[in-house]
Design a protein around this ligand. Structure first.
Ligand code: AMP
Length: 287
């Protein structure tokens, strides 16, 4: 009889400890999965890809205050460190990096990363601080953990575009891997923020994925006007009381420039406020 030995997951919170461990992996491949915790299957699909591709995997859990605006949901962002650790241990993740705010942003912190142009539209418009906060913390995590590979979900399409642009523009030695968006069986895009929805709000939230599915069907039927498709999405989502549309974007998946007609590969991306949560979802229309 063979017993499978599960590798122990190490939890570290200081930069020194993290660096020492990364140093000990030298000569082997290291993958990083940055998260804000409250892990679900969407996060775990990134972790599984890293485990498959790399000799070692670090998952960071850090709710980054600098990517939240003053009126956003930082204070109610869901957290469950022990639940997260259980999930990561069961996958035999090597290291969980869980620094506190002071470790990442000590007194006197002054430097930020700003990626231009692609941060102007979509989430960048209504969350002007967001991508500056994201790019800065991801660059810091890369510098602390020194991975060769990093894994990000296509759920946050614009975030991925920002990270890819930053790593290219700043000649960073990290290969970014895209992981497809994971949905609940009923179509809702998995998100830590779903846990802040009431049962009624969760039902209303299904209008996002429903409107994307409906758009795909309309496009298959030959409708190519973005204006018409946008209006159709608006109708589906607004039919649910309590939804507040932030944006509906029909754009080029790389430049994120709006398109008037569906021609070539196209991204349809949405952000909608429902109760305490601002939810995002997207789909790609292939060429
Ligand atoms: P977060 O903890 O929300 O900052 O997400 C951490 C990483 O997990 C990001 O790269 C997200 O894009 C990814 N992620 C979150 N939700 C999903 C999902 N439903 N499907 C795939 N990736 C996801």
């Amino acid at each position: 009889m063979t017993t499978e030995l599960k590798q122990q997951t190490v939890v570290v919170s200081t930069i020194d400890e993290m660096r020492k461990i990364s140093e000990s992996f030298r000569g082997q491949t290291l993958g990083l999965v940055p998260t804000m915790g409250y892990l679900h299957e969407g996060h775990l699909s990134l972790v599984k890809q890293s485990l498959e591709k790399c000799d070692h995997t670090v998952v960071s859990i850090f709710v980054n205050p600098r990517q939240f605006g003053p009126k956003e949901d930082l204070d109610i962002y869901p957290q469950d460190l022990s639940g997260d650790l259980e999930k990561l241990e069961s996958l035999s993740v090597d290291v969980v990096f869980n620094p506190d705010r002071q470790t990442i942003y000590p007194e006197g912190f002054k430097t930020h990363v700003q990626v231009d142009e692609i941060t102007r539209n979509l989430c960048g418009k209504s969350r002007p601080q967001f991508f500056k906060g994201v790019a800065t913390v991801v660059l810091k995590l890369f510098n602390i953990v020194r991975p060769q590979y990093a894994f990000f979900g296509e759920k946050d399409w614009q975030q991925l575009a920002v990270i890819e642009t930053m790593t290219r523009d700043l000649n960073m030695d990290v290969e970014i891997h895209r992981v497809p968006l994971m949905r609940e069986p009923d179509g809702l895009a998995m998100s830590s923020r779903n846990s802040n929805l009431s049962p009624e709000e969760r039902k209303q939230a299904l209008s996002l994925s429903r409107s994307l599915k409906d758009s795909k069907e309309k496009i298959q039927q030959g409708i190519i006007s973005s204006k018409e498709l946008r209006q159709n999405i608006r109708n589906i989502i607004s039919a649910e009381p309590g939804t507040q549309i932030d944006y509906i974007s029909i754009c080029d998946p790389v430049s994120l420039e709006e398109k008037e007609i569906i021609k070539g590969r196209t991204l349809i991306a949405l952000a909608v406020k429902i109760g305490p949560a601002r939810l995002i979802d997207n789909c790609i229309i292939e060429d």
